[in-house]
Write a protein that binds this ligand. Structure first.
Ligand code: HEM
Length: 419
């Protein structure tokens, strides 16, 4: 029998991924640190392994794929974010699909997947185009300075609200809540702020869920042609979402679908600006190269830095003889590092819109939790850049994006732009 490889321990020069200051370092310094971690023979354990307070950092493409596609070993419950949602929050607001395992995950995913079938997304495509065109109209009319608040955040938010059938009136309040809720994930904060912000955030969340549950009740009585109607109406198996599940799903869609797409759009515009040769290549054949450009933006920017899994049974990573991960231990899947894995992506730091193949893990490493909105995100990004570069081909970012340091997402707070 093979003896498992020992996992690595941090040495004096190992960057500390648990230190918030690491996430404030400039991107090249963080990239160099992850490149160093990828060269190690085994994942590094950060924290105190004896007490289980810490995690194995999975930084290679193959390791992130293995953890994503072996859900019997790498469980999503009790949570994939750090800190995980408190038990009472989950009881009160319902469990989010992203934190569940089978059979409940499969059951919920089957129901909500109805909203993301190619046929329904075909219908949404027209909305995405119309909303993108209206946003570019507003840019021409109002001449805003910040790309994030006026364009990048608006598109995915308006698309999800339109899909769900949320009326215009509560949309502004809901968008503020999303910003407030997710700005704090993965960020170290002083205790006073930590206590204050969730208080406000939870009240806001309760209000938002109340709004959605109300629409759900209304649609159950009188179904319309929207997502909420599809979710609250029973299907052939007789399963439908309860009011609480509907609220939890809408919150997940907002956090998962708005923040990520907004950050991808902002990073995307900036990448095209600082790589003028790639921008010229794209504009020379927008139809032929836009799909590849959008995929490369997601690889290069990797909007979600990491999700976590919990090891259910002792497991040797990569097969017999591999590093032994023990039952109960946590692993963090570093998507951005996997997307820079030089054994998969030649010259990984280069932004190359013609990169083929491009098996990036920006939407996850495959398996049951693979991003439900990946197709929609691609639709949104291609529609917006097509509209922008067709009508305002001089659109460029100005200066550097203002980033929010976070170990969870690659968030852009604001990005000035000109057109
Ligand atoms: C560029 C934009 C996006 C990125 C980078 C992104 C990334 C991700 C990642 C990394 C995961 C976790 C995958 C895993 O654990 O294996 C995920 C899950 C998910 N995403 Fe996205 N996402 C994006 C856009 C969207 C959009 C537009 C929606 C919906 C409107 C969406 C809905 C979801 C949902 C519901 C899940 C949880 C799926 C499950 O647990 O079964 N995402 N996404």
């Amino acid at each position: 029998m093979d003896t498992p490889t020992e996992v690595s321990v941090p040495t004096a020069d190992t960057p500390d991924l648990t230190d918030p200051r690491f996430w404030q370092l400039p991107a090249p310094a963080r990239a160099a640190a992850f490149a160093e971690l990828r060269r190690r023979p085994a994942p590094v354990y950060f924290g105190d392994r004896a007490t289980g307070r810490g995690f194995h950092a999975l930084v290679r493409h193959a390791d992130v794929v293995e953890a994503s596609r072996t859900p019997a070993v790498f469980r999503s419950g009790p949570g994939v974010t750090t800190p995980e949602p408190a038990r009472w929050v989950r009881l009160l607001f319902g469990d989010s699909m992203v934190n569940l395992d089978d059979p409940r995950h499969a059951q919920l995913r089957r129901i909500v997947s109805r909203a993301f079938t190619p046929r329904l997304l075909g219908r949404v495509e027209e909305d995405v185009r119309r909303i993108s065109a209206a946003l570019v109209d507003a840019v021409e009319r109002d001449r805003p300075e910040d790309f994030v608040g006026t364009v990048a955040a608006q598109l995915p938010f308006q698309v999800i609200c339109t899909m769900m059938g949320i009326p215009e009136q509560p949309r502004r309040a809901i968008l503020d809540l999303v910003d407030r809720n997710s700005e704090n994930v993965g960020v170290a904060r002083p205790l006073r702020r930590r206590l204050r912000v969730p208080g406000r955030g939870l009240a806001a969340l309760a209000r938002m869920q109340g709004i959605v549950a109300g629409i759900g009740r209304e649609r159950r009585r009188r179904p319309a042609e929207d997502l909420i109607s599809a979710l609250v109406t029973a299907d052939v198996e007789g399963r439908r979402l309860t009011g609480r599940e509907l609220g939890a799903f809408f919150s997940l869609l907002l956090v998962a679908g708005v923040e990520t797409t907004r950050n991808a759009l902002a990073h995307g515009l900036h990448l095209l600006t600082v790589h003028p040769e790639q921008r010229a290549l794209l504009l020379a054949d927008l139809d032929g190269r836009l799909d590849g450009a959008v995929d490369e933006m997601v690889r290069h920017a990797t909007p979600i830095v990491q999700f976590r899994r919990t090891v259910a049974v002792d497991h040797e990573l990569g097969g017999p003889g591999g590093p032994l991960l023990r039952a109960g231990e946590k692993v963090a899947l570093y998507y951005g590092s996997a997307n820079r894995d030089e054994t998969v992506f030649p010259d990984p730091e280069a932004f190359d819109i013609t990169r083929t193949p491009n098996p990036h893990l920006g939407y996850g490493g495959g398996g049951p939790h693979y991003c439900l909105g990946a197709h929609l995100a691609r639709q949104e990004m291609t529609a917006l850049f097509r509209e922008l570069f067709t009508r305002l081909p001089e659109t460029r970012s100005v200066g550097e994006p203002v980033l929010v340091p976070s170990s969870f997402d690659h968030r852009v707070r604001s990005l000035r732009f000109t057109f």
